[in-house]
Design a protein around this ligand. Structure first.
Ligand SMILES: [Zn+2]
Length: 462
């Protein structure tokens, strides 16, 4: 008697990312009620009677990829005419002032919704099933995270969202941001039906007071969530901390009791060895966004050193390029160039950083990040049209990092439900979204172009 299951992915090359990092050359994944119930070698049809059998030639099955850090609103600037009217920034601080703060101050609730809809579509199409988003929108704080929640639920992937608390313009706006984060966390953690949960996020230590950091950690403790902030992305963060507090940012955060294993430090580009030791001591997690670091010209974070020290690092995109394959490939290459050492960042480690390690970074590794019985059925199915060398258990990590792109993603399951199938979004009409989005984005760009570029926005000097 064959056991009944909802779905059976059969005759697949399975990259499990389980404890043994087992790769099954030809096997099956059985799924029922949103969970993975069995993973095995051989023909699953002899064991299971499935309502739906997925058996596509050359299919590679991986855990749904996990994005450790993004800003959906960041994608609204791709190709924007704004870049043509500003004095090009020549460092990170100018980059924030002239580009990012000009954008985030222009955002409306409609822009936030559209950006999350586009972002979730882009992640789903390219194989990412879970993310952590930070929203900066100082003129649309209250209720803003509901718009991200709505858009993501429409697409069908899952993630964490937080408002990026800052006091760069006023002390008060920091408390409004915290209030929005608490409102959203309270609402979403008690709602079984929503796929987006609230987490407590701060912009960066150089735009908030100690009180904001302490309150953020208290709330994350209270709700049992992760909390996150940008750490030493640019040198401004370091200079500000040394000038104001006589110590570097990570030392400041340690001294006020802000560090813990649930803290996600984003970027960590400028950190020195003493600071990395502190991160390791408190088991702080790190989100690495290589392509964002490259386009912003902020430098290369010491990721190989972090990994050697045993710090857990997940790959994110910082709201720049949403395709996880691009981000894995860049993670693989960047550190080799920076260190002039081709040995660093092996392919299997890079895949870990986009799956199981990213799950650890976001505190969801009990449910996601690997293909194992008992875990949620968040699964990415890759079916490349063309592969130039043999595709098997020996080569699959190499192909994941060197060959495949987001266009090779054939389907994505979240909790056992199709989000994309046969390379198409299941829950939303992409043509319709695009048409609407382009209208909204054109309006946003017009608003930005009609404002006086604020080259001299003051960052907070508490
Ligand atoms: Zn960021």
């Amino acid at each position: 008697m064959r056991e009944k299951v909802d779905k059976l992915i059969n005759n697949a090359l399975i990259v499990t990312m389980n404890k043994d990092r087992a790769v099954i050359p030809r096997g099956y994944v059985a799924i029922s009620e949103g969970k993975i119930v069995d993973v095995g070698v051989g023909d699953g049809k002899s064991k299971y009677d499935a309502e739906e059998v997925i058996e596509v030639k050359r299919q590679v099955v991986t855990p749904g990829f996990i994005c450790a850090h993004t800003h959906f609103y960041g994608i609204l600037l791709t190709g924007s005419p704004w870049f043509g009217v500003i004095e090009p920034p020549s460092d990170f601080q100018q980059n924030l002032q002239r580009i990012w703060w000009a954008l985030d101050e222009s955002l409306t609730y409609e822009d936030i919704y559209i950006s999350a809809l586009l972002g979730a579509i882009m992640l789903a199409r390219t194989g990412t099933t879970f993310f952590k988003d930070l929203l900066d929108a100082p003129n649309a704080i209250e209720g803003s995270l509901d718009y991200i929640e709505k858009a993501v639920n429409e697409v069908g992937i899952r993630g964490f969202a937080g408002f990026s608390v800052t006091q760069r313009r006023s002390i008060e706006e920091g408390y409004q941001g915290i209030k929005e984060n608490e409102r959203f966390a309270k609402k979403t953690w008690s709602d079984k039906n929503t796929k987006v949960k609230g987490v407590f996020t701060v912009h960066a230590s150089f735009t908030v007071t100690d009180e904001i950091l302490i309150r953020t950690k208290e709330l994350a403790d209270k709700y049992g969530t992760i909390y996150a902030l940008h750490v030493e992305e640019g040198l401004i963060d370091v200079y500000h901390s040394i000038e104001r507090y006589g110590k570097r940012p990570i030392e400041r955060m340690r001294d006020i009791g802000f560090l813990s294993p649930r803290l996600l430090a984003i970027h960590v580009v400028q950190a020195i060895e003493d600071e990395l030791k502190i991160l390791k001591e408190f088991d702080v997690k790190v989100a690495h966004n290589p392509m964002s670091n490259m386009i912003n010209g902020v430098g290369v974070p010491p990721v190989p050193k972090m990994l050697d020290m045993g710090i857990t690092v997940g790959i994110g995109n910082d709201g720049y390029i949403m395709d996880v394959f691009d981000n894995m490939r860049t993670t693989y290459l960047l550190h080799k160039v920076a260190l002039k050492d081709p040995r660093v960042m092996p392919v299997d480690k890079v895949v870990e950083m986009a799956t199981i390690d990213a799950a650890k970074v976001l505190g969801v590794d009990d449910r996601m990040g690997s293909i194992e019985p008992g875990k949620d059925a968040d699964i990415t199915i890759i079916v490349p049209d063309f592969v130039h060398t043999p595709l098997d258990e020996r080569t699959v990590y190499g192909h994941l990092v060197n060959t495949f792109t987001g266009n090779d993603v054939w389907g994505v399951l979240v909790e056992g439900e199709w989000v994309t199938k046969e390379r198409k979004l299941v829950n939303v009409d992409v043509e319709e979204v695009m048409e609407r989005a382009h209208k909204v984005i054109n309006k946003l760009w017009e608003r930005m172009l009609s404002m006086e570029p604020k080259y001299k926005i003051e960052y907070l000097k508490p």
